[in-house]
Design a protein around this ligand. Structure first.
Ligand code: UAG
Ligand code: ATP
Ligand code: API
Ligand code: MG
Length: 488
């Protein structure tokens, strides 16, 4: 693509060099530069992309977007100084890939918990209605059944636009995408032409990045000003109500959902059981029984969000029902590990106080024996949530094993102590085992009949992060290996 065409929509401050160049690719990491590439230098949190301009040029970049003044000796290199590199990366990426989001229905989901689960529920409903759907989110991108792992829940703008382009080429009509608060703040989704926005809930998380809950909320709020067709909001959530107030002046329909407050889409006749939850789904166009295969009240909320989206797209209630019921579970979300024992092992991705509260209240409803929880907190992430997570688990569990969960650059013992601060307030029945595998082994070897062992925090992750190293760690496999050893 012509450089001149590519930079047309940018807020440019100065151009040095020719715009008459063919650009064959874009990158924001110098190490990924190839011949005839445009390199976008970004000031990051760990380092500054402007330091790697020479590296990008050595590897073949012919043009550079910067937001700082830089000295480049090579006259053949075009330097485009812009106001904002991250915004420019988003714009050039979208243009380079022919603005794929404009050719698809784009559904963005934001909120602290439930996003990944809802993407799968929405996909299932849309596919039951014969509408081809792709996913971008925490587990990865899903394009025509192929799963590709991504570094972040919401990847960098260049990656998003490439995936959307691949989806469009694969004749996908709908993209359902998790939109993290980081991505809204860091302009990763600026050029996604969202049609529908869904809000799940907001509770304590990511204060390492956002510093205050207000900043966190304001980042999430941005999504609902970007949508073109409909906003779908959980009004049982305090922040959901705030969003509805804020966006009431916009000229765009709002669909509300919930159980407690009176809303457009709601659930009644709720019956909980260990393998799922039954309820009646009520919409302005009628009601239908749902027999969901995922347990807990939180799963009703996730289903209502997805059902509201199906409803907005005119899908009939029978098809919505089929879509919701077809989901047998999402990887690492309330996932039962098959055992031939008289106790149950559940792998779940709860890594916030609210997520833990929700999953434990769901378990409370059908437990017959003890609740044993093996959990920890991630390193180099929100420290304020650690004692609250500890206290929450302490409230519900009969026995707690506090262990590691992706320590990253922190001392695992220190993270565990932060969690235990909260546990101690409400429960003395805990032990600390730093090695997560040993912690799981301890829980299983000491299990009593009817125990429910919840392994919380790692969900779908099949690795552990220690410093910058990603080390294989698959909880499912670990459980199966331990059980096999017990049987031998
Ligand atoms: C805080 C944060 O979000 N950081 C993200 C950000 O990194 P950054 O801008 O700080 O980058 P940096 O490492 O300082 O480097 C600056 C620039 O120099 C470039 N560089 C660097 C080295 C080199 O040799 N050459 C070079 O060009 C880098 O490619 C980059 O463009 O941009 C990077 C590229 O997109 C992301 O990978 C990185 O995510 C990190 C890994 C991360 O952990 N992010 C988490 C906090 C996150 O985003 N989480 C959310 C929320 C999840 C949830 O819902 O719970 C998510 O969406 O995943
Ligand atoms: N609606 C909900 N409300 C509260 N907790 C939930 C809800 N849905 C799921 N959870 C809990 O949160 C965990 C994470 O769920 P899910 O992966 O769907 O959320 P997410 O928003 O995608 O998380 P992330 O921000 O890490 O991407 C689940 O394993 C479950 O314990
Ligand atoms: N999306 C979440 C993942 C947390 C998963 C947990 N295993 C951890 O490492 O803290 C986050 O970025 O906070
Ligand atoms: Mg997710």
């Amino acid at each position: 693509m012509e450089l001149e065409t590519l930079v047309k929509g940018l807020e440019i401050e100065r151009i040095n060099g020719s715009l008459d160049k063919d650009i064959v690719g874009i990158c924001y990491n110098s190490r990924e530069t190839k011949e005839k590439y445009l390199f976008v230098a970004i000031q990051g949190f760990k380092t500054d992309g402007h330091k790697y301009i020479e590296d990008a040029i050595k590897r073949g970049a012919t043009s550079i977007i910067v937001e700082k003044d830089v000295e480049i000796s090579d006259r053949n290199i075009t330097i485009i100084k812009v106001k904002d590199s991250r915004a420019s990366l988003s714009k050039v990426s979208s243009d380079f890939y022919d603005n794929p989001s404009k050719n698809m229905e784009m559904i963005g989901i934001t909120g602290t918990n439930g996003k990944t689960t809802i993407t799968y529920l929405v996909q299932s409903i849309l596919e039951c209605a014969d509408r081809k759907t792709g996913i971008i989110g925490t587990i990865g991108s899903v394009i025509n059944g192929e799963l590709k792992k991504t570094e972040n829940t919401t990847p960098e703008s260049l990656v998003i636009q490439k995936y959307l382009h691949d989806m469009h080429r694969g004749e996908i009509e709908y993209c359902v995408m998790e939109v993290s608060s980081h991505s809204l703040d860091l302009k990763r989704v600026m050029d996604c032409n969202f049609d529908v926005g869904i809000f799940t809930n907001l509770s304590r998380d990511h204060l390492d990045y956002h510093e205050t809950v207000e900043n966190y909320f304001n980042a999430k709020l941005k999504l609902f000003y970007m949508t073109g067709k409909c906003n779908i909001i959980n009004i049982d959530d305090f922040y959901g109500q705030k969003i509805v107030e804020k966006i009431s002046s916009l000229d765009i329909p709002v669909l509300t959902y919930g159980i407690r407050e009176s809303s457009d889409i709601y659930a009644t006749n709720i019956e909980y059981h260990s393998r799922g939850v039954d309820f009646v789904l009520n919409t302005p166009k009628g009601s239908i029984d749902i027999n969901l295969n995922i347990p807990g009240e939180f799963s009703i909320y996730n289903s209502l969000a997805a059902a509201s989206c199906g409803y907005f797209y005119g899908i009939d209630l029978e098809t919505i029902k089929n879509g919701l019921e077809a989901v047998k579970g999402v990887k690492g979300r309330f996932e039962l590990v098959p055992t031939d024992k008289d106790f149950t092992v559940i792998i779940d991705f709860a890594h916030t106080p609210d997520g833990l509260e929700k999953v434990l209240t769901a378990i409370e409803k059908f437990r017959e024996g003890r609740i044993v929880v093996v959990f920890g907190a991630g390193g180099n992430r929100d420290k304020t949530k650690r004692p609250i997570m500890g206290e929450t688990v302490g409230k519900y569990a009969d026995f707690l094993i506090v262990t590691s969960d992706n320590p990253r650059y922190e001392e695992p013992e220190k993270i565990i102590d932060d969690v235990v601060e909260g546990v101690k307030k409400v429960n003395d029945n805990y032990i600390k085992i730093v090695d997560r595998k040993e912690a799981i082994e301890y829980a299983i070897k000491n299990a009593k009949p009817k125990d429910i062992i919840l392994l919380a925090g790692k969900g779908h992750e099949t690795y552990t992060i220690i410093k910058d190293n990603i080390i294989p760690f698959d909880e499912r496999q670990i459980v199966l290996d331990i059980l096999k050893k017990l049987n031998d």
